[in-house]
Design a protein around this ligand. Structure first.
Ligand code: HEM
Length: 428
C-alpha cells in the first residue's frame, strides 16, 4: 500500500496524491450499506409479511402415503362436521352450534368422536409437549386434526410476535447496518488512524498470555453466539427462501445447539475479564476529557488525549461486554428452561430482552473489531503478540506508558530494529 512505500518508513500521510486502499474499501462498503439500508426501508414498509404467521397443513409423503391419507381423512371429517353444524345452525330457529337440535348435535358428536380417534392414531408418540400439560393453558377446538392447534393463543402472544418480528428484527437490522455504514463512512473520510510518529520499532508488553488466551476464547464464543443468534432471528425470513426448508431445518437446529453451548465459554471468559481488567476500567475524570476530545480520532492533527491503560472508548466496550454479557446470560437461562421461573409473559419478556441485548452487543463489538483491526494501525498487535509499538503506546495511552516505563510494571522490550518486529498491522 501507499504508506509502506514511503522511503522514511514513517507512515505520515502528508502529500499522498492517491487515496489509500483502506479509504477506497470504506467507500465501497459504505455504498453497499446504503443499498442494504434502502432495501431494509423498503421491506419494512411492505405488508407485514414478517409479522403475521401463516398456518398450513400438508399431507406428507407421496400421494397415497399413509400419513397423507390419514391427515386428509381427518381434515375431511372435520370439515364435514363444521359444514353440518353451520348448515343446521338455524334449523327450527335453534342454534345448534351451542347445543341445539338433536339431529345436528348427534352428527356433531359422531364427528368429534371419529376425529379424535383419527387424531389419536395420527399423533406421533410423545407429541404432546410440556406446554399442553400446563394447568393454566386455555384449550379450545379447531378444525385441524392436531392437538396443539387446540391451544388458544393468549393475546399477549400476538403482541410478543409483533415486537419480535417487527421492532426487534427490523430495529436490529437498522442498528447493525447503521453501525457498519457509520464505520465505513468514517474509514472513507478519515482513513486508518496511524501512528503519528511512525513505528518506533521497540515494543512494550500490553497483554500477557493469559489475558490474550482469555480474550480470544471469549471472542470466539461471542462470534459463534452472534452468528447463530442471527440465524435464529433472521433465518426464516432471509435464509429459508434461499436455501430451502431442509437445509434451513438443519441449520436452525445446529444454530440453536451451538448457541446454547457457546454460552459456557463466553460467560466464563467474561468472568475472567472482570477479574483481570475491572480495576483498569473504573471510570475517572480523564475519561470525560477523552470523550470530549473524541479520542483524538477526528483527524490526524487532533492531539491525543492522555489515557491510562484503558481509554474511555475501551471502558465502554468493557462495561458493555460485562453488563450485556451477564444480562444475556441470565435471560438466556430463562429461555433454556421454559416455565421453570416464569409464565408466558415472563418468557416473552425474556426473549425480547435477550434478542435486544444480543443485537446491541453485536453492534458494539462490530465497532470494537473495527478499531482493533482496520481502524487503527498497530492495535491488533496488543492482542496478537501482546507487544505494542512504543510510539503507539505513547500516543494512545500516555499515562500508562509513562507508568510502565518507570519500572512499576514489568516491561519487555524487543530489538530496536524495525525489521525484527513482524507486525501484521504495521502497514496499511
Ligand atoms: C473477533 C474479533 C476481535 C478483535 C480483532 C479484537 C481485538 C482486540 C484488541 C486489539 C484489543 C486490545 C486493545 C488495546 O490494546 O487496548 C482488544 C481488547 C478487548 N476486547 Fe477484543 N477483539 C475481538 C473480539 C472481542 C469480543 C467478541 C469481545 C467480547 C465479547 C472482546 C472484548 C474485549 C475487551 C473487553 C477488551 C479490553 C478493552 C478494550 O480494549 O476495548 N473482543 N480486542
Amino acid at each position: 500500500m501507499a504508506a509502506n512505500a514511503h522511503p522514511s518508513g514513517n507512515e505520515r500521510r502528508p502529500d499522498r496524491p492517491t487515496m489509500s486502499s483502506a479509504r477506497i474499501a470504506g467507500g465501497i462498503v459504505a455504498l453497499l450499506m446504503l443499498v442494504s439500508l434502502a432495501w431494509l426501508a423498503f421491506a419494512s414498509m411492505g405488508p407485514e409479511a414478517l409479522v403475521e404467521p401463516t398456518v398450513s397443513i400438508e399431507a406428507t409423503g407421496s400421494p397415497g402415503a399413509a400419513s397423507g391419507v390419514v391427515a386428509a381423512d381427518a381434515l375431511r371429517d372435520r370439515s364435514r362436521l363444521l359444514y353440518d353444524r353451520t348448515q343446521s345452525e338455524t334449523v327450527d330457529g335453534v342454534n345448534v352450534a351451542t347445543g341445539g337440535a338433536p339431529q345436528a348435535d348427534l352428527t356433531a358428536r359422531q364427528g368429534v368422536a371419529r376425529s379424535r380417534e383419527i387424531v389419536e392414531k395420527w399423533r406421533a408418540p410423545g407429541d404432546v409437549t410440556a406446554i399442553l400439560r400446563k394447568p393454566d393453558m386455555i384449550r379450545g377446538t379447531s378444525s385441524l386434526p392436531y392437538e396443539n392447534a387446540d391451544i388458544l393463543e393468549q393475546p399477549e402472544g400476538r403482541d410478543w410476535r409483533r415486537e419480535r418480528n417487527g421492532a426487534v428484527a427490523y430495529g436490529g437490522g437498522w442498528l447493525i447496518l447503521g453501525v457498519l455504514l457509520a464505520l465505513a463512512l468514517f474509514l472513507f473520510a478519515r482513513g486508518r488512524i496511524r501512528i503519528a510518529e511512525g513505528p518506533a520499532g521497540t515494543t512494550v508488553e500490553r497483554f500477557d498470555a493469559a489475558e490474550r488466551a482469555n480474550h480470544w476464547m471469549t471472542a470466539t464464543a461471542f462470534v459463534l453466539l452472534a452468528l447463530t443468534g442471527l440465524v435464529i432471528l433472521y433465518g426464516t425470513p432471509l435464509l429459508l427462501p434461499v436455501i430451502g426448508p431442509e437445509a434451513m431445518g438443519t441449520l436452525a437446529q445446529v444454530s440453536a445447539w451451538t448457541h446454547m453451548a457457546s454460552m459456557v465459554p463466553f460467560i466464563v471468559g467474561v468472568c475472567i475479564m472482570i477479574a483481570l481488567w475491572v480495576r483498569d476500567n473504573v471510570p475517572t475524570r480523564l475519561d470525560w476529557n477523552w470523550l470530549k476530545a473524541g479520542g483524538g480520532f477526528a483527524s490526524e492533527d487532533s492531539p491525543n488525549p492522555p489515557a491510562r491503560r484503558f481509554n474511555a472508548g475501551q471502558k465502554i466496550v468493557f462495561w458493555g461486554v460485562v453488563i450485556g454479557g451477564v444480562s444475556a446470560f441470565a435471560s438466556g437461562l430463562i429461555l433454556m428452561f421454559p416455565f421453570a421461573l416464569f409464565g408466558y409473559v415472563g418468557m416473552q419478556w425474556a426473549q425480547l430482552v435477550h434478542a435486544a441485548i444480543g443485537l446491541l452487543m453485536i453492534a458494539l463489538i462490530i465497532g470494537h473489531i473495527y478499531i482493533g483491526t482496520v481502524g487503527m494501525q498497530g492495535a491488533i498487535d496488543a492482542m496478537w503478540s501482546g507487544q505494542v509499538d512504543e510510539n503507539w503506546a505513547k500516543e494512545h495511552h500516555s499515562i500508562w506508558y509513562d507508568r510502565i516505563t518507570d519500572g512499576s510494571r514489568s516491561t519487555k522490550r524487543l530489538s530496536n530494529s524495525k525489521s525484527s518486529r513482524p507486525s501484521p498491522a504495521a502497514g496499511e
